[in-house]
Write a protein of this length. Structure first.
Length: 463
C-alpha cells in the first residue's frame, strides 16, 4: 500500500468527509455573520447562540467546515498562546499571567464541552511533553520551564533523561518538561461534531460559499451578500484570500505524516502509555501524538511558505517533506523504521508579523476577527471565540466588560507583512537558518543556542 498524499488530511480519510451543506441561496440578513467554518467560527457561533438563543447567526464557509487547519492539525489541545511574552512587555507581567491562566482553563473548557455535547473526538488528557535531545536544547528547555513557572504554571514538571524515558522513550532525550494542561484529540471528529452541534442549536451554515470581501455590515459572496450588524472574520490561514487582507496574516505551511497502526511489540520499545502530546525544543520543531488507534501522527515544517501567500491543493505534500518527517520519526523512535507511512498532508496556519495571536471587535464598524494563532489554534480558537462572544454582547448592550475582554490580546494591532518577494525570501531564509542551527547544535554539543538561530529570531520578530 502506497502513502496517500493530500486528500485534505488523514483525519478525513479515516472518519469521512461530512455530507455537504447547501451554499448561500442569495442575499440574506442575520444578526451576526461569521466568515469561516473552522474552530474559531464554529466555537464563536456556539457560545453566542448559547448566550443569546434568539440571535440569528449565519456561518459562511468556502469549502466545508474544517477544510482548513481545523481539520488538518496535529490534534494538540494545549495551553500555549502565540505572543504571550510580547504581551508581558506591552501590558505588564500580571496581564500576561491572566492570559496564560485563561489558556490553562481553556484546555479544561474544551474537554468539558465536548463531553457535555457528546462530541466523540478521541480526547485523552495526558498533558504535553517537550523533550530535549542536544545540550543546547536542554539549556533552552530549562529556560522555557522556568519561564512557564514564572507565568503561573505551578503544576509543570521538569524531568531528566530517566524520568523522560519512563514516559516516552525518545532516543537520545536528555530531559523534558511536562504540563498537565494539554490533551490529544482527533481534529476532524472535533470540527465535524462542533458543526453538527451548532447547527442543531439553530445556527445557519452555508458551505461551498467563498466570501470574497468583508465590509462593515456586509459579507460578499458570488451567490449573494449577507448583511448583519456584526461580521466576524474567522479565516486564520486563508485570510490572505480576502480583498484587502493579502498582507494581514501570512499563511504558513505545516506538514504531517501518520504511520500504520503499530503493533504491541513496537509500542513496548516506545512506551508512551500516557499518550501525551509530544514536542521538542528544536528551532524547526516537531509535534506528534499517539492516536486512538495506536498510530504515530507527526508534523513539522516542510516548505514553509508559498510565494504570494498561496495556499495548498487539498493538502498535497512534497515528497522531500514526507521523507524529512519520516527521518524525524525514525530518529525519535528507531523501531518504527520499517513502519508504513499511511498518509501525508499539509495545511496553512495564520502568522501575524509580530507572531502574536489577537482577537478584536471594531465597535465603530461591527467588524471583528480572531486568529494569528501560529500553530496553537486548537485551544486558542476556543478562548478567542468566548472573547468574541463577550465583545459582541458588550457592544450590543447585552452585557458589560468581562475578564476575557480585559485580556491583553484584545484589540491588539499588528503591522502588515512586507510585499513580495521580501515575504518569500524572509520566511524561507528564516527556516533555512533554523534548520542549519539545529544541525550545528547537534554536531557541536554546545549548551548554547546557535548564533544563526538567535539572529533569525531577531530578524523574524519572534523574540
Amino acid at each position: 500500500m502506497s502513502t496517500i498524499n493530500g486528500g485534505i488530511s488523514f483525519w478525513y480519510v479515516q472518519d469521512g468527509i461530512p455530507a455537504p451543506r447547501e451554499p448561500l441561496p442569495g442575499d440574506a440578513t442575520a444578526d451576526v455573520c461569521i466568515v469561516g467554518g473552522g474552530y474559531t467560527g464554529l466555537w464563536t457561533a456556539y457560545y453566542l447562540k448559547k448566550a443569546v438563543p434568539f440571535l440569528r447567526i449565519t456561518v459562511l464557509e468556502q469549502k466545508f467546515c474544517g477544510y482548513g487547519a481545523s481539520g488538518r492539525n496535529g490534534g494538540w489541545l494545549y495551553n500555549g498562546i502565540a505572543g504571550r511574552d510580547r504581551y508581558a512587555k506591552l501590558h505588564g507581567h500580571e496581564a500576561a499571567v491572566r492570559l496564560q491562566r485563561a489558556m490553562n482553563d481553556t484546555v479544561t473548557e474544551v474537554v468539558t464541552v465536548t463531553g457535555d455535547e457528546n462530541i466523540e473526538a478521541d480526547v485523552h488528557q495526558g498533558g504535553v511533553l517537550r523533550v530535549a535531545y542536544t545540550p543546547a536544547q536542554l539549556t533552552r528547555l530549562k529556560a522555557f520551564h522556568s519561564v512557564e513557572i514564572a507565568f503561573g504554571e505551578k503544576e509543570r514538571v521538569l524531568m531528566g533523561a530517566r524520568e523522560t524515558a519512563d514516559r516516552v522513550r525518545v532516543t537520545g532525550a536528555v530531559g523534558s518538561s511536562w504540563t498537565p494542561h494539554g490533551a490529544r484529540l482527533h481534529p476532524g471528529k472535533l470540527v465535524k461534531g462542533l458543526a453538527d452541534t451548532v447547527e442543531a442549536l439553530g445556527v445557519t451554515i452555508h458551505e461551498s460559499t467563498p466570501v470574497t470581501e468583508i465590509k462593515p455590515k456586509h459579507a460578499i459572496t458570488p451567490y449573494g451578500t449577507v448583511r448583519a450588524p456584526y461580521v466576524l472574520r474567522c479565516t486564520e490561514g486563508f485570510t490572505a484570500n480576502l480583498k484587502g487582507q493579502h498582507r494581514t496574516w501570512l499563511p504558513m505551511n505545516s506538514s504531517m505524516i501518520v504511520t500504520e497502526p503499530l503493533p504491541r511489540h513496537i509500542w513496548g520499545t516506545i512506551g508512551w502509555d500516557g499518550r501525551e502530546a509530544l514536542g521538542d525544543m528544536a528551532h524547526a520543531y516537531m509535534y506528534a501524538q499517539r492516536t486512538a488507534d495506536d498510530r504515530i501522527a507527526l508534523g513539522g515544517r516542510g516548505v514553509p511558505y508559498r510565494f504570494g501567500s498561496g495556499t495548498d491543493n487539498d493538502g498535497r505534500t512534497q515528497p522531500a517533506t514526507v521523507e524529512a518527517l519520516r527521518e524525524i520519526l525514525v530518529r525519535f523512535f528507531p523501531t518504527t523504521a520499517g513502519a508504513r507511512i499511511d498518509h501525508a498532508w499539509s495545511g496553512v496556519l495564520g502568522v501575524p508579523r509580530d507572531w502574536c495571536a489577537t482577537v478584536t471587535l471594531d465597535r465603530s464598524t461591527g467588524l471583528g476577527w480572531a486568529g494569528g494563532y501560529v500553530g496553537s489554534g486548537v485551544a486558542t480558537a476556543n478562548l478567542a471565540a468566548r472573547t468574541l462572544r463577550d465583545l459582541v454582547q458588550q457592544d450590543s448592550g447585552q452585557a458589560g466588560p468581562t475578564d476575557l475582554t480585559a485580556l491583553p490580546w484584545v484589540n491588539h494591532k499588528v503591522r502588515r507583512w512586507e510585499p513580495e518577494p521580501l515575504r518569500w525570501l524572509g520566511v524561507h531564509g528564516m527556516y533555512a537558518a533554523y534548520r542549519t542551527a539545529d544541525r550545528r547544535e547537534a554536531a557541536a554539543h554546545s549548551t548554547a543556542t546557535d548564533s544563526i538561530a538567535r539572529v533569525a529570531d531577531r530578524l523574524s520578530g519572534r523574540h
